[in-house]
Design a protein around this ligand. Sequence first.
Ligand SMILES: NC(=O)c1ccc[n+]([C@@H]2O[C@H](COP(=O)([O-])OP(=O)(O)OC[C@H]3O[C@@H](n4cnc5c(N)ncnc54)[C@H](OP(=O)(O)O)[C@@H]3O)[C@@H](O)[C@H]2O)c1
Length: 277
Amino acid sequence: MDLGELARLYDFRGKTVVITGGAGILGGEMACALVGCMANVAILDRDAALAERLLRRIDTSIGRCSIVYGDVLDATKLTDARDRVLAEFGSVDALINAAGGNDPRATTGPAAAFFDLPPEALRSVLDLNLLGTILPSQVFGKAMAERKGGVILNITSMTASRPLTRVPAYSAAKAAVSNFTRWLAVHMAQEYSPAIRVNAIAPGFFLTEQNRFLLTDPATGGLTPRGQRIIDHTPMGRFGTPEDLLGAVLWLLSPAAAFVTGAVIPVDGGFSAFSGV
Ligand SMILES: NC(=O)c1ccc[n+]([C@@H]2O[C@H](COP(=O)([O-])OP(=O)(O)OC[C@H]3O[C@@H](n4cnc5c(N)ncnc54)[C@H](OP(=O)(O)O)[C@@H]3O)[C@@H](O)[C@H]2O)c1
C-alpha cells in the first residue's frame, strides 16, 4: 500500500451514489462530500424545495448532483426515481439510506404516557425507518443484483443496541434496521454476488432538527437534563457534527472496505463503549 493506491481506493470519480433523505442534515453532508470527491450524487427526497436549497451549497463544478423527487415509502415513486437516475447516470454504484427519524408524537414524556401514544404515530416511525430502508434497498438493490456489484449503507442509531428512554418506536425500528442490514448482507452475497456489500453506521448524538426539542431548552438554548446526560455518557464530551460521519461513510462505500459486509459501525464519540463508570 502506498499513497497512490490509497488515493485509488478512495477515487469516487464517475461513481453514482443515491442518497435517500439526501436533503436532510446528515444525508446532505454526505451529498456535499461525495460531490466534492467527484461522484455523481442523486439526492432522493420528498421535499423538493429543501433539496433545491441544498443544491446551492454543493459545488457542482467538481462532481455531478441531481435531485430526484421520491418517497421512501412509495415503491412506485422509488422505481420511477431509479429509472430517472439510471437514465441520467447509467448505473447505481451505491445507495445510502439516510431518510429516517423520530416523531415527537411517538415520544413519551410528562404529558404523553407510553400507554397513550397514538398507533398512527408509532406506525409512521416504524414505517419511515424500517420500510423506508427496505423499500429503497429492494428497488436500487435490484439494479445492483443485475450488474452484480454495489454498496448499500444504512443509518441506524445507538438506540438500536441499547434502547434510549422515551423513544420506543424509534428504538425498535433502528434495532430492526441493524438486523435487516445483516440479513441483506448475507442475502446479497449468497444469492446475487459477494461484490454487493451491505453495512450500516450507527451515529451517536448529533444535534439536529429532529432531536433538538429533546436535547436543548428552547427558552435558554442550554442543554436539557437529557442532553447533559448524553454528554456525560459520551467520553469525548461533545455532540457529533455531521462531518464526523464522513470518514466511516467514505470508507464503507469504497473498495477499502471490500471485505466488510454486514457490519454496523458506531460513530459515537465512545458512547457505546462507556459503562458510565
Ligand atoms: N441526528 C442524529 O443525532 C441521528 C443519530 C442517529 C441516527 N440518525 C439517523 O440518521 C438519519 C438522518 O438523520 P438527520 O438527522 O439527517 O435527519 P433529517 O435532517 O430529518 O433528514 C432526514 C431527511 O429524510 C427526509 N424524509 C423523511 N421522510 C421521507 C420519505 N418518506 N421519503 C423521502 N425522504 C424522506 C426528510 O424530509 P422532511 O424534512 O420532509 O421530513 C429529511 O430531508 C435518520 O435515519 C436518523 O434516524 C440521526
